[in-house]
Design a protein around this ligand. Structure first.
Ligand code: FES
Length: 189
């Protein structure tokens, strides 16, 4: 809240419980209609925080406005729990383990990488102490260069900058190997 402008901060309670009520609250779920009733959608950036079922619902409602991806932010929710539940994950590689060649600092090493685990987890299993913070693709702290090979990046965790995509940088915490890969973690991290 801005100290000199208390009107900048406004809480609207939207209660789905039929028994509980608050003065001035909205009833039901956070729908497109409720969002546009209280927000100037064209100039607002949204931040969703709550249980998964709420993410799914509110995100679906926000998508009706066709907003740029960067205007819908989420709480960092950590790594995806079960990548196989994501419909566009290439199921044909699910049972596979690939070779991951890693260059980190002065060290080069080949380690195994299971298709259903993130590249970050493969690096951690190999005790390489890779950099990480949010583990959900948002902070960029684990940003690395993909020298060769392919990874699956789930769309909801894909917060790479356009330039990074163009020059093959990726976030190991949000990427799953779909072939043998070679990668480098930049030294300045
Ligand atoms: S740890 Fe934040 S993007 Fe990977």
């Amino acid at each position: 809240m801005e100290k000199n402008n208390p009107n900048k901060f406004k809480i609207i309670h939207v209660l789905s419980c039929e028994i509980v009520s608050l003065e001035g609250c909205e009833k039901g779920f956070i729908t497109k209609e409720i969002i546009e009733k209280y927000c100037d959608v064209n100039s607002t950036t949204f931040f969703i925080c709550g249980p998964q079922v709420m993410y799914d619902f509110v995100e679906k409602e926000l998508n009706k406005f066709n907003l740029p991806v960067k205007r819908i932010r989420r709480e960092a929710f950590g790594e995806i729990k079960d990548i196989l539940k994501h419909p566009d994950f290439p199921k044909e590689v699910a049972e596979k383990t690939f070779k991951l060649k890693i260059h980190i600092g002065g060290l080069s090493k080949e380690i195994p990488a299971i298709a259903t685990e993130s590249v970050l987890v493969a690096l951690e299993r190999a005790k390489l102490a890779p950099p990480s913070k949010c583990r959900s693709g948002e902070c960029g702290f684990c940003r690395s260069l993909l020298i060769s090979g392919d990874v699956y990046v789930n769309p909801i965790s894909d917060w790479r900058r356009l330039a990074d995509k163009k020059f093959n940088y990726f976030h190991p915490c949000a990427s799953y190997p779909t072939s043998d890969i070679e990668m480098k973690i930049p030294r300045n991290l």
